[in-house]
Design a protein around this ligand. Structure first.
Ligand SMILES: CC(C)(COP(=O)(O)OP(=O)(O)OC[C@H]1O[C@@H](n2cnc3c(N)ncnc32)[C@H](O)[C@@H]1OP(=O)(O)O)[C@@H](O)C(=O)NCCC(=O)NCCS
Length: 93
C-alpha cells in the first residue's frame, strides 16, 4: 500500500536509509490521511518506524525535519499532524 500511495501522491511513508552505507533502517514520511479510514480526513500525517537496533541515534529526528521542510516548503501545506498512543514517549518526542 505504501508504494501505491507514493505513486499516487508523489510522497508517502518511504524507506529510510543510512546515507553512508545504503542500509535500510525503517521508514519515515508524509501520508495523506484520506488513505486510512481510521484517521481524521483531509490532512497530512508525518510518521515513522525504525528497526529497534537503530533507535537512540537521532535518525528519525533528522529525517522528520527533512520531511517537515519538504511538506511546508515544497508541497506548500500549512498543517502536518502526527498521532501516537499515550505512553509512546519515543514517538511523541
Ligand atoms: C518512534 C521511533 C521511530 C523513535 O525512535 P528514536 O530512536 O527514539 O528516535 P530518533 O531517531 O529521533 O532518535 C532520538 C534518540 O536518539 C538520541 N540521539 C543520538 N544522537 C542524536 C542526534 N545526533 N540527534 C538527535 N538525537 C540523537 C536522542 O537522545 C534520543 O534518544 P533518547 O530518547 O534515548 O535520549 C521508534 O521508537 C520506533 O520505531 N518505534 C516503533 C514504531 C512506532 O512507535 N512508531 C510510531 C507510531 S505513532
Amino acid at each position: 500500500e505504501f508504494r501505491s500511495w507514493i505513486a499516487e501522491d508523489g510522497y508517502g511513508f518511504a524507506a529510510a536509509e543510512i546515507a553512508a552505507t545504503g542500509e535500510c533502517i525503517g521508514f519515515v514520511g508524509l501520508l495523506e490521511t484520506d488513505h486510512v479510514p481510521s484517521l481524521p480526513a483531509g490532512t497530512i500525517e508525518i510518521g515513522w518506524r525504525l528497526a529497534p537496533e537503530y533507535w537512540g541515534k537521532g535518525y528519525v529526528t533528522e529525517a522528520a525535519e527533512a520531511w517537515l521542510a519538504y511538506g511546508f516548503q515544497m508541497l506548500g501545506v500549512n498543517e502536518i499532524v502526527s498521532f501516537a498512543v499515550t505512553g509512546n514517549h519515543r514517538s511523541t518526542a
